[in-house]
Ligand binder design. Sequence first.
Ligand SMILES: [Zn+2]
Length: 425
Amino acid sequence: MTTVYLGTLAHLRGNPFVRPNALEIIADGALWVDGDGRIAGYGRAGEAPETGERVDFGAAWLLPGLIDAHLHFPQYYAVAAANRGLLSWLRETVYPEEAAFRDAGYAAGVARALVARLLRGGVTCACVFGSQYLEATGALFEAAGQAGLRLIAGVTLMDRNGPDELLTTPERAWWANETLLERYGGDPRLHLALTPRFALSCSPQLLAMCGEFRRRHPQVYLQTHINETLEEIAAVQRAFPDAWNYLDVYERYGLLGPRTLLAHDIHPQSAELRRMAESECRVVHCPSSNLFLGSGLFPLRRHVEHGIPLALGSDIGAGLHLSVWEELSEAYKIQRLQGETPTAAQLLYLATLGAAEALELGGEIGNFLPGKAADFFVLDPGGDDYLDARLQRCPTLEARLFVLMQLAGSGHVRRTFVAGRPVSP
Ligand SMILES: [Zn+2]
């Protein structure tokens, strides 16, 4: 049976960094969804099928489900700690909290809370650094599977430069990933990502294990960090003196490719950007995290010029926002500080269709094209007098969308759907 959802629709029909008019906004629009949770069509309300159930969201906006392409499960309660930059923040705040996930019961509670919170903020797909503990990361997969969140995740791997209780060995890391693949690999919404924390946390043997695992299982993702702070980059150079640059550390162990997600990349060398493009790596920009840790200003234009697929991440717990919608305003401001002016279309693309394409999920999610899964959320400015009045004064629908990016937050998300099924309140 078809269900028709009414509201203002906004989505991308292409890449707005290369194609003008990629943004489509339809006031008094409709999205119709078939009984399998697939989008059957969209258009003006008057064009919708007259049969089936109608759900009218009035003046609210219907937007494609958000994709948070980088966050840390065991840092859910480590957000907003005062810090003196990445490396000291890891030692003083993050590692102690991550060690608490040895308690599988505690981890399961946090997993349910995190997943519910993401869905409540309009996030329908997330790439997550799991716990160092297998059972805790298993609890994350269970919570996502039960609630409906699309998940790309794995055990966070580190075997040096951290407290003993968080360290693994290449053999245990292999076994943990095999276990997760066996348990969850059959679910089309759950994906394994090898997750070496970053070069400084990993011995050459652990990185080599990741490369070997990927050769054996080419469908798995690989997520890690790169070029986040200058202090970190200098430390990587000391730890891997033979490497040409930070990216080369990962390349030496066979970790680059289209399913490789590199978070941050705030300070890349041009040679690294060229090599990322050639090897089809994807980069995840984490705006509020970069500001909060004082890591630097993401060079968006250089990445776009190299044609590197991009996504956005909340980077909880260095970031502050549990909905990646709230990262759009931060992303805009980071570009303004560099003299750039991203459009509403470009910002929306980074959190929806662009991210879906970066994750090789563009055929399944990211916009409202018929045949895709009906992943969307309802952003409702109603009930917020000031926001409503401000929107009334916008000359265009695109201007309204931009204002929503700056002033609306997860508190304005009324409902979230995955594959046509409501997954939050
Ligand atoms: Zn991170």
